[in-house]
Design a protein around this ligand. Structure first.
Ligand code: MG
Ligand code: MG
Length: 267
């Protein structure tokens, strides 16, 4: 069942989304060679609690940490550990927080130092596909329109679109209806309505779309060992159009990146 939110509820969700956005902005400065993901996890937990919020993943379905950190061939759900990041790695960081009873859920894939041009392209295309999908999240459209747009955008580059993991409705629980796949057929699936709030999150592999899971019961990685990228925004439909609840502004501010990618979707 889709649970549309009132204007007041969307304001609260905006605050939760800003907590995770600021957390990733804080982490952007910390991601560098030699740093462990366990250290990033500690920083994130403290930061979230300092902002009158609660880590959203910690304990959710028994997940052991605040962040999901997934380097290189890991797609999502990686568990923080004491292996230092290395120059040329990429690291997908997914962060959840609860504030005013609502969840924020937000992810970004960071390059660690310099990465190869083909990896840089994977990051760029995956992030662009996120906005290509967001543009389709409006009243009158359906779930399949978002998935179709993301899938076409990534597959024309020869990339694999992960099938087993999908975006989702977001609210007082982390995973509400509807599921928001990153693949699909135009005009198919549930219809979007005013006040809907979802997490759109393309998980895109440089090679095969196929994945496997580690024995830890969490970590998802690509079956061919090639890298994977993940970007996630929280989005609401306001006056029929997609409005971003989360923002990469804090990351870009930290890294000195100029971008107008969010301009059409400002809250
Ligand atoms: Mg997430
Ligand atoms: Mg999510």
């Amino acid at each position: 069942m889709i649970i549309p939110k009132t204007k007041e509820e969307i304001e609260k969700m905006r605050e939760a989304a800003l907590v995770v956005s600021k957390t990733l902005g804080m982490l952007a400065k910390e991601v560098k060679p030699g740093v462990t993901t366990l250290y990033l996890d500690k920083l994130a937990e403290e930061f979230i609690r300092d902002h009158d919020a609660v880590p959203g993943f910690l304990g959710l379905y028994d997940f052991p940490n605040t962040l999901c950190v997934s380097p290189n061939a890991q797609v999502v759900h990686g568990i923080p550990n004491d292996t230092p990041l290395q120059e040329g790695d990429i690291i997908s960081i997914d962060c959840g927080a609860v504030k005013h009873e609502f969840y924020g859920d937000h992810a970004y894939t960071f390059p660690v130092g310099e990465v190869t041009p083909d990896v840089e392209k994977l990051l760029r295309i995956t992030k662009e596909s996120l906005y290509v999908g967001i543009r389709e999240f409006k009243t009158g459209n359906r779930v399949g329109d978002v998935g179709y747009a993301i899938q076409q955008y990534c597959e024309k580059e020869g990339y694999g679109v992960v099938r087993e993991l999908v975006g989702h409705g977001l609210g007082k629980t982390m995973h509400e209806d509807p599921e928001m796949p990153n693949y699909g057929r135009r005009g198919r699936g549930k219809k979007f309505v005013e006040g809907m709030t979802v997490a759109i999150e393309p998980m895109i592999n440089m090679g095969t779309k196929n994945i496997k899971q580690l024995k830890d019961g969490w970590t998802i990685l690509t079956r061919d060992g090639k890298p994977s990228a993940h970007f996630e925004h929280d989005v609401a439909i306001v006056n029929g159009k997609p409005k971003l609840l989360s923002t990469f502004d804090y990351i870009y501010e930290a890294l000195g990146i100029q971008s107008n990618e969010e301009d059409d979707f400002r809250f």
